[in-house]
Design a binder for this molecule. Structure first.
Ligand code: CLF
Ligand code: SF4
Length: 298
């Protein structure tokens, strides 16, 4: 609550449903799926579906151009008075597909100057865009960090593409880790609030997430969201197909409890779709599919 919080920080979180647990009862977010490209390959990702690092795997979002997205945001804002946040969380990576993410934010901010802008990324491309993120008043950035140990990282990702070069294994995981931690430092120094997402993968990073929690706290992250791997083979995730299971609710809680006292934990995440609309836990995206929008929105 506000009692233990810097007033500048409180002003940024009080109406953000993910950054404030109280706010999620009263304020809504919407995602627009404008960013299909991704620069890494997580083993649990199936490219046909939404990015599993911020959102619900096994779901195919309605992909929009920045112009279509801006049109949709205006239509939703006219009908959902609780709308306070516009997020880009895929279906790939918002920083990798920066041109489209930026065009969307600019088109929306011009018409809805009060909406909060939020984005989610694996962090690899983020350091290249910090100046523009700050210039556009993006106050909330999520970086997914599943490990800070490149040996573990090599078990979670297959490859990365960085500065037009492809890397694999521990080398790839080292570059990714370094860019993620650099992103946290740069965003903190510029006053952007950072949430870190970690996908809990039993047997791979479960015992290690407490170290991730400490490392991100030391770099000033505001919130740490430990999310369960969703490994239903029906979702087509590689880990699911090879028998890697997701954590039970008790295993998730155990890891979260072990991190208590470190970076503040988010415990109300609903693993939204990359085109989710409404209060967390409610998904009104279907009401606002492109076909169902009015042509003109006042
Ligand atoms: Fe969206 Fe993410 Fe912004 Fe929230 S979601 S980009 S920070 S506006 Fe929120 Fe959804 Fe959990 Fe993400 S409940 S999946 S944490
Ligand atoms: Fe897939 Fe997201 Fe990982 Fe990219 S960052 S490979 S979209 S899960």
């Amino acid at each position: 609550g506000p009692a233990d919080m810097d007033p500048v920080v409180w002003a940024k979180v009080k109406d953000h449903p993910c950054y404030s647990e109280e706010a999620h009862l009263y304020f809504a977010r919407m995602h627009v799926a404008v960013a299909p490209a991704c620069n890494i390959q997580c083993h649990y990702c199936n490219r046909k579906f939404d990015c599993a690092n911020e959102s619900r795997p096994g779901v195919v979002s309605e992909r929009l151009t920045p112009e279509q997205a801006a049109h949709k945001v205006l239509a939703v804002a006219a009908q959902v008075p609780q709308l306070s946040v516009l997020g880009v969380a895929g279906p790939g990576d918002a920083a990798c597909d920066w041109r489209r993410t930026k065009a969307t934010f600019e088109a929306v901010a011009e018409r809805l100057p009060d909406i909060k802008l939020c984005l989610s990324s694996n962090g690899l491309a983020l350091p290249d865009h910090i100046d523009e993120i700050v210039a556009m008043n993006v106050d909330h950035v999520t970086v997914t960090i599943n490990t800070i140990d490149p040996e573990i990282g090599a078990e979670i990702i297959g490859w990365i593409v960085h500065n037009r070069k492809r890397y694999t294994g521990v080398e790839a995981a080292t570059i990714l880790r370094d860019r993620q931690l650099q992103s946290l430092d740069m965003l903190r120094d510029r006053g952007v609030l950072v949430k870190v997402n970690s996908v809990l993968i039993p047997g791979i990073n479960d015992a290690h997430l407490i170290e991730v929690n400490r490392a991100v706290k030391a770099r000033g992250a505001f919130l740490h969201n430990i999310m369960p791997l969703i490994s239903d083979p029906a979702h087509g995730t590689h880990f699911g197909l090879t028998g890697q299971r997701g954590p039970t609710p008790a295993e998730l809680k155990q890891v979260q409890d072990a991190c208590d006292g470190g970076a503040r934990l988010m415990r109300h995440c609903r693993q939204c779709r990359a085109d989710a609309v409404g209060l967390l836990g409610e998904d009104r995206g279907g009401e606002f599919s492109l076909d169902s929008l009015p042509d003109e929105v006042e």
